[in-house]
Ligand binder design. Sequence first.
Ligand SMILES: C[S@@+](CC[C@H](N)C(=O)[O-])C[C@H]1O[C@@H](n2cnc3c(N)ncnc32)[C@H](O)[C@@H]1O
Length: 207
Amino acid sequence: MGLFKKAINQVRKPSGPLGGLMLMSMTLGHARLSAWGRTHIAPPEPREIVDLGCGGGRNTAALLKQYPSARVTAVDYAPLCVEKAARHNRAAIAQGRCTVLEGDVSHLALEAGKYDLATAFETIYFWPNLEKCFAEVARVLQPKGRLIIVNESDGTDSTGQRFENMIDGMKCYTAEEIEAALRIAGFSSIQADHYKGKPWMTIVAAK
Ligand SMILES: C[S@@+](CC[C@H](N)C(=O)[O-])C[C@H]1O[C@@H](n2cnc3c(N)ncnc32)[C@H](O)[C@@H]1O
């Protein structure tokens, strides 16, 4: 595998020095997308948030800042991400406002019905069996809890297709495909928004 392909494949489960570099570039590259995505979190203010596929934990930090009364649990299956996210959010962890856990979205070791907001920034492309993972998210959400999905690809753009061809196990879903999987998983209220001029999309779903 060439170096570029090796580096780009790190986005799926970052590890080692190359994974560290990839995490840094993802964080910088996703800052505007994430900020736009977070504007879709309508009132009421969330109190218990779970940030799924948290990567280096920058979105976790942004959520802690945006919602000063909230607690955030950050989850990622890559040990490197858990280490980086914990380091980045160490002050909030010391204050008891943040926990960082190693875990797979398909089997969340989290309490049922605890969270009022789940976030998934640039991560569902890699989740195995989308319906099963969404059902896991539904299980840990409160009855009125919301899931927010923020993707840079809407499944129709050529860049997304190019990455899909290079990264093993990546799938860029369309809004319709995501909505269908969410309904199977038990979500009923689903709203997609598309960024003008870019293939960015945010989907907010509630049970
Ligand atoms: C492209 S990065 C995005 C990281 C971060 N959310 C952001 O926006 O910067 C994708 C992240 O999802 C994580 N991930 C992928 N599949 C996962 C799964 N099944 N369970 C938990 N984390 C997962 C990866 O380890 C990686 O950190």
